[in-house]
Design a protein around this ligand. Structure first.
Ligand code: 0O3
Ligand code: SF4
Length: 316
C-alpha cells in the first residue's frame, strides 16, 4: 500500500533548554558522586520519562523535604524553591544541591532586591505552580501578590500604588503576559518592571518558532507533559497562531490518529522539558504511516549553557 504524502514541519528551537539540561545533569552527577539513593524534591523537570529514567538510576522523588532522611543528599528541582526549603535543609545539616535554573534564580534575586528597596512585589504567574510558589517564597508569606489575568489586576489590593514592582514566571505566554503588564501599568503607572524580561530565552524562542510554524500546518503536536507549563503554552500559542488542531502528547502512543485523518501537513515541537528521544519517537510514528517530507522552521539558534554547581565538579 502506498503511504499518503505528508509535509512534516519541525520547529527549532524545541525541546531541552539549558536549565533543564543542567538540572538533569545535576541529578546524574550527584548519583555518581554520592551513590544511590539521592533524593529529589519535586520532579526535577516536568517529564515522566526523565523522572522514570533517573528513578531507575537510584533517584527518589518526593514532594517535601520532610520526606527525606537527614543523611542522604537532596536536590531541589529546576523550578526553584521557597527560601524556607534550603533553610530547613541547613538546619538538618543535610547535603543539598540546588538545581534551580539560574534564570529562575535571577528572578528570585530581583524580587529580593525590590523588596529590600521597600517595594511591594506583584508576581505574574500561575497559582500553585512550583516556580510561582518558589518565587513568592523568597519573601515572607503574604508579601508578594499574585495576578494570573488582566482581570486580577483590577482587584489586587496593594500597600502603596507608588512603591510597586512586578516579576513573572519564566515560562509564561509572551503575549498574555504583555496584556497583564499593560493592565498593571495602566492601573499603577509607577510600577517597576524587570531589568531584562523574566520570561526566559527558551520560552520566548519556542513560542516564536511555533508562531512561524502554526499557520503552515493542518495540525500541530507539542511533545510535553500535562504538568509542564511551558509545553501547555506552546499548544495555546499554536492554536492562537492559526493551527486548527493543536495537541499536547507525552509520546507517540498518545497521538490521536483519527483526529489527524485527512491532514497533509503536521507541525511538531516540544516543551523545554521534553527529551529528544520522545520527539524522534513521534516523528518516526509519522514516518511509518506517511510518505514524509521534512522541513525545519528555525527562528533562532541557541547556544546557552549553564555550569553545574561547584560541589559536583569537585571529587568526592
Ligand atoms: O515550569 P514548567 O512547568 O514549564 O516546567 P518544565 O516543564 O519542567 O520545564 C522546565 C522549566 C523550568 C524548570 C522552570 O523555568
Ligand atoms: Fe531555565 Fe528557561 Fe529552561 Fe526554565 S525554561 S529551566 S527558566 S532556561
Amino acid at each position: 500500500m502506498t503511504k499518503p504524502p505528508l509535509t512534516l514541519y519541525l520547529a527549532a528551537p524545541r525541546g531541552f533548554c539549558a536549565g533543564v539540561d543542567r538540572a538533569i545533569k545535576i541529578v546524574e552527577m550527584a548519583l555518581e558522586k554520592w551513590g544511590a539513593p539521592v533524593y529529589v524534591r519535586h520532579e526535577i523537570v516536568h517529564n515522566k520519562f526523565v523522572v522514570d529514567g533517573l528513578r531507575d538510576k537510584g533517584a527518589i522523588f518526593v514532594e517535601e523535604l520532610t520526606e527525606c532522611p537527614d543523611d542522604r543528599p537532596v536536590i531541589f528541582s529546576a523550578h526553584g524553591v521557597p527560601k524556607s526549603v534550603p533553610s530547613a535543609a541547613q538546619a538538618r545539616n543535610m547535603i543539598y544541591v540546588d538545581a534551580t535554573c539560574p534564570l529562575v534564580s535571577k528572578v528570585h534575586i530581583e524580587a529580593q532586591r525590590h523588596a529590600d528597596a521597600g517595594l511591594q512585589i506583584i508576581m505574574i504567574g500561575h497559582a500553585g505552580h512550583p516556580e510561582t510558589i518558589g518565587t513568592m517564597g523568597q519573601l515572607p508569606e503574604g508579601d508578594v501578590l499574585l495576578v494570573e489575568t488582566p482581570e486580577d489586576v483590577a482587584t489586587v489590593n496593594v500597600r502603596d500604588e507608588t512603591r510597586l514592582a512586578y516579576v513573572t514566571q519564566t515560562t509564561l505566554s509572551v503575549d498574555d503576559t504583555a496584556d497583564i503588564v499593560a493592565a498593571l501599568q495602566a492601573r499603577f503607572p509607577a510600577i517597576i518592571g524587570p531589568h531584562k524580561e523574566d520570561i526566559c530565552y527558551a520560552t520566548t524562542n519556542r513560542q516564536e518558532a511555533v508562531k512561524a510554524m502554526a499557520p503552515k500546518c493542518d495540525a500541530m503536536l507539542v511533545v510535553g507533559a500535562p504538568n509542564s507549563s511551558n509545553s501547555k503554552r506552546l499548544v495555546e500559542v499554536g492554536a492562537r497562531a492559526g493551527c486548527a488542531y493543536a495537541q499536547l502528547v507525552q509520546r507517540a502512543d498518545d497521538i490521536d490518529w483519527r483526529a489527524l485523518e485527512g491532514i497533509s501537513s503536521i507541525g511538531i515541537t516540544a516543551g523545554a522539558s521534553a527529551p529528544e528521544v520522545l520527539i524522534n519517537e513521534v516523528i518516526d510514528a509519522f514516518k511509518t504511516r506517511y510518505d514524509v517530507t521534512s522541513e525545519l522552521i528555525e527562528t533562532a539558534q541557541e547556544n546557552v549553557e549553564f555550569k553545574v554547581p561547584r560541589v559536583l565538579r569537585q571529587p568526592a
